[in-house]
Ligand binder design. Structure first.
Ligand code: BV8
Ligand code: ZN
Length: 261
């Protein structure tokens, strides 16, 4: 967070911040305390402090491949072995990682707000590990696999064999995630848009706002009169459109907003 006066992060840690950021944190906390319907949309940035490489940060590369180029049905059709190596590498990286104070603060927020919906673009499963309940995983979950033969979906947290096969029908399994160019689950998508259209406050946290249809959700809410709050390490194309934008680490800012109620 920007230099300036310092405030306790609510957990004894000192987060140094500019006075206007402190005012923004107080403002957001007060708004949340009075809100009935809150939606939070998260992206890869909320997991960064858990050690998860973001998509567009320097960690977004694997063996010089861009994640964007491997997370497609075309890449899987062309070279399923390479794509499984990529996902197994990510599973091995993710396996030991824990939710961070940002994930945990959202669990507390969910316990306090009458109608709370968490919408995440992330597939790392860390929100669920932290204890979030009313959650929509727009892009699926890296710990789930789907059979290309019988369509069966299963959770599998083991380190998968390079080309895992369905125990039921023997067909090849794929990660049960939404690749670029694939449609999102219609029921998950409609539930997400329903939530944002009825929210009083929408908080958009740790996302560059480049992936559709998630990127449009904030503006859909704004058109319906919601108060929009952004928490991000750096400005995004939507920053000027938010009612409040707090620059900094979500793992520091969210506890300041959510834990001192
Ligand atoms: C769809 C699962 C209808 C896989 C993901 C051409 C052809 C086909 C489609 C398109 C096309 N052109 C556009 C599209 C639409 C496409 C799209 O949006 N493309 C983009 C790249 C332009 N979307 C789709 O294809 C979607 N489907 O539209 O269906 C359709 C169907 C056919 C044809 C047309 C339309 C499906 C999108 C889902 C893709 N799958 N994940 C996997 O992960 O392996 S999305 C993937 O990207 C991740 O889930 C991740 O969430 C997301 C990346 O976005 P961010 O989360 O924002 O991450 P990023 O790194 O970018 O930013 C992190 C931010 O955090 C940064 O701003 C950083 O500053 C900040 N940060 C860092 N640290 C911190 C922090 N903030 C706070 N605290 C910190 N500590
Ligand atoms: Zn099968």
């Amino acid at each position: 967070m920007a230099e300036g006066s310092s405030v306790s992060g609510g957990t004894g840690r000192i987060a140094v911040t500019a006075s206007d950021d402190v005012m923004k944190v107080d403002l957001v906390r007060d708004r949340l305390a009075r809100a009935q319907r809150v939606v939070v949309l998260t992206g890869a940035g909320i997991s960064a402090e858990s050690g998860v490489p973001t998509f567009r940060g320097e960690g977004g590369l694997w063996r010089q491949h861009r994640a964007l180029d491997l997370a497609t049905p075309q890449a899987f059709a062309r070279d399923p072995r390479l794509v499984w190596e990529f996902y197994n590498w990510r599973r091995e990286v993710l396996g030991p990682l824990e939710p961070n104070p940002g994930h945990n603060a959202l669990v507390k927020l969910e316990q306090r707000v009458p109608q709370f919906t968490l919408i995440t673009q992330n597939i790392d499963g860390l929100h669920a590990r932290a204890g979030s309940r009313n959650m929509l995983e727009l892009h699926g979950n890296i710990w789930h696999v789907r059979c290309l033969g019988c369509g069966k979906v299963a959770e599998d947290r083991s380190v998968l064999p390079l080309m895992p096969r369905c125990p039921g029908c023997g067909a090849l399994l794929r990660p049960h995630v939404v690749w670029f160019g694939e449609s999102l689950d219609p029921s998950i998508l409609s539930t997400a848009f329903e939530a944002v259209q009825h929210a009083e406050i929408v908080m958009v946290i740790g996302t560059s706002g480049t992936v559709e249809p998630a990127a449009s959700m904030g503006m859909v809410a704004k058109r319906k009169g919601a108060c929009l709050v952004e928490i991000n390490l750096e400005p995004t194309p939507f920053t000027t459109l938010y009612d409040t934008s707090i620059l900094g680490k979500s793992g520091e800012i969210l506890p300041m907003i959510c834990e001192s109620w």
